[in-house]
Design a binder for this molecule. Sequence first.
Ligand SMILES: [Zn+2]
Length: 449
Amino acid sequence: MRSSVKKSIFAVLLIIVVIIIGSMIFRKDPPPNIVFIIIDTLRADHSHMGDDVAGETPALKKLFKNNSAYFGTSYSNAPWTLPSISSMITSKFPSEIGVVKRNSKIDEKFITLAEVLKENGYRTHGVITHIFLKKKYGLGQGFDTYLEKIDSSDNNLFSVTSPIVTAEAIKIIDENKEKPFFMFLHYFDPHYRYVDHENRSSYKGPFLPDENEAKKAEIIKENLFSQNDLEYFKECYRSEIRFTDIHIKRVIEKLKEQGLYENTLIVIVSDHGEEFGERGTLGHGQSLFDEQTKIPFILKLPGKFEPSVNIRPSFSNIDISPTILDVAGINIPASFRGTSILDEKGSETIFMEVNEKKYDTLYNQCAIVHKGWKLIKDFENNKFELYDLNGDKPEKSNKFNSNKKMFFSMFKILKRYIRMIEDNKHISQKTNLTAEEKKKLETLGYIGN
Ligand SMILES: [Zn+2]
């Protein structure tokens, strides 16, 4: 063999060896799949992820305890669905995107989590069950498929949808085994109206399924429910959570069955809590107290990690999308306000707001939580409430008059957020609701405008 041919063969072999070694050094793990689950209306104190109580989510608890996850409590930036979920997917406060009213819409100019993931090669799929998550509200931005599974029939006031969401999720997993996917699932069943799925209750009263609907609405509107009614609501609510837990467990089992679980990031949160008479009312959207704003947060990273309850105390909705992108190794857009949970240097302050009517009352408030204290500004009644969240009576004993030093220190921070609300008042994209959608919202407790 001529020496020049030998040299050529040697050169080719050398290039091949360099390519192989290079690919071994620079080989990246495949990007993780991402499953983002919202359980509507799940209060933080009903997930029991970090304690020894079996609670209403035994299946989730077992799965995550054995497979390593972060879990803890977090805050919602708003006490009702539309602004809360909008702030999760844009990593901006409701005021900043102008999503504060029942007909507010996310403008296309705002970047959403699904858009970023799609740009980075993910197939993006959403399954939703509430009018407020419809495409017409701008929440479908960036999704390849977005299934609106809303039960709009007049004769089904209870809208049981968890089995439908799970069935669609299982199809998505089956169809996306080979490529990285982002799956956004919205489970709605713990939201009012509550269903007693297990028929355990012996309740006799005005809220049984066959009783008069107008009467039920009137009792709730006027806060005339009895202790007996409240116990029934709570019993049904817990039943709804257990029911949802069973269906989410099926999705996680499907991931395991397909060999995808290990390389999947799973995030489970709620959009807001629920009040059961703690302040004399029922439901959500009418205060910024913990019953309505404290939510569970569960994060199962790809691979194996030690379970931890040590999540940053100042974690809220706006931090969810940055966390997902951080874990996926994707740059966080400059427009995102939040910080990944893996970054210990997040903001020390949580901000939350509400500016919407319920029945005939406008609830226009904002609040901050900062180092164990909460300061609420009520714009309608022009008053402040200051609470020591670690005190004997959290959120029951207003320290506004008795701790002026703390008030002024908190107000200095809150003022910046009040200015932000003022600065963004001009942002307001609207969507039109049909008569049928308005009627459906009324059955879910969104009454008055
Ligand atoms: Zn909700």
